[in-house]
Design a protein around this ligand. Sequence first.
Ligand SMILES: Cc1ncc(COP(=O)(O)O)c(C=O)c1O
Length: 388
Amino acid sequence: MKVPLLDLKLQYAPLHNDVSEAMLRVAQSQVLVLGPETAKLEQTLAAYTDCAYAVGCSSGTDALLMALMALDIQPGDEVIMPTFSFFATAGVVARLHAKPVFVDSDPVSFNVDPEKIRQAITSKTKAIIPVHLFGQSSDMDAIMAIANEHNIPVIEDGAQALGTQYKDGRKSGSIGLMGCFSFYPTKNLGAFGDAGLVTTNDEQLYIKLKQMRNHGMEPRYYHKFVGGNFRIDEIQSAVLNAKYPHLENWHSGRQANAAYYTELLLQHGLATTTGCTEFTSTEKVLLPAEVHKTGGAKNHHIFNQYCIRVQKRDELRQFLASKEIGSEIYYPVPFHRQECFAYLGCNDADFPVANALADTVMALPIFPELQREQIEFVVQTIKEFISL
Ligand SMILES: Cc1ncc(COP(=O)(O)O)c(C=O)c1O
């Protein structure tokens, strides 16, 4: 039995007619950039994320860049973010010659530790970017309390978290000043290429973001500020509109798969609970939890990824690969250890949690079309490895 990390062909097969029809509609209209498909996508996803406004754009990376540019982030300004995330979160800040300020993570949720944000705030802090990693909301109450105390805007990096809800039911992207999303093909809602979205409830920002994605232009050929070409193609919007009606079903599939992994890993005695942060004789595999380290109500995790932690991670991945089971490491190198950020002079000892995560975390196949027998085979194979 083969278990790929992701098989997009299985998602595409039943959608073939709808997606083809959507793409043909765009081809026949020859409205190819920022047209009615994009307007529909923006309306749909603003409503879905409980936001007043949404602005489609060229990628999740550009969504973050546009959000920072809309806040007028300048060289030397500081922007706080978790050190354990995908590179884009930090890259956009550095590209504006602002200073990315990295903080450590919460070992239970893998998201940023709000207390570390508090400690990192200076008079130069101009934005905070919590990342809703793997499809689970960051601890937004704690983060917003700190941000509001210091009057610092929050940009939610929800690239992996469209439709995710914080524990109180609020949608990711609606809690901070702006939310940024990615439709890269591997995401829970994937385009046929690159695309992204910014959400906000602030009308002035909405107007600015729409201008920002088109060179800061308004009216035509008049530019009050410098933006970029962050436009979204109609083909991508049309594909996303065709796929959107299935999103909640896909989330249910991901959540059911996650629950089944957890149930089996517990049943096989590889762990005794979820959210454990230390390896012991009974906790051979550390299982993901749908809470933060401070506990409380469960988050609505959409499991863009199901990430476990294992001590002999690289050996286990090799063993799984030998049985044709896919896996991935998100992420092996935290920002403070990246060569391109050496100039920041970070102290490695300040990031014990992120370092431990980077050394032990690995993602298992979780896509909605995965079969129960495949999950059973993955768990069985992990058990076989651990008892070797
Ligand atoms: C946390 C995070 N932020 C930003 C991005 C960037 O999105 P994109 O690949 O669409 O540019 C990603 C994409 O993987 C991501 O995972």
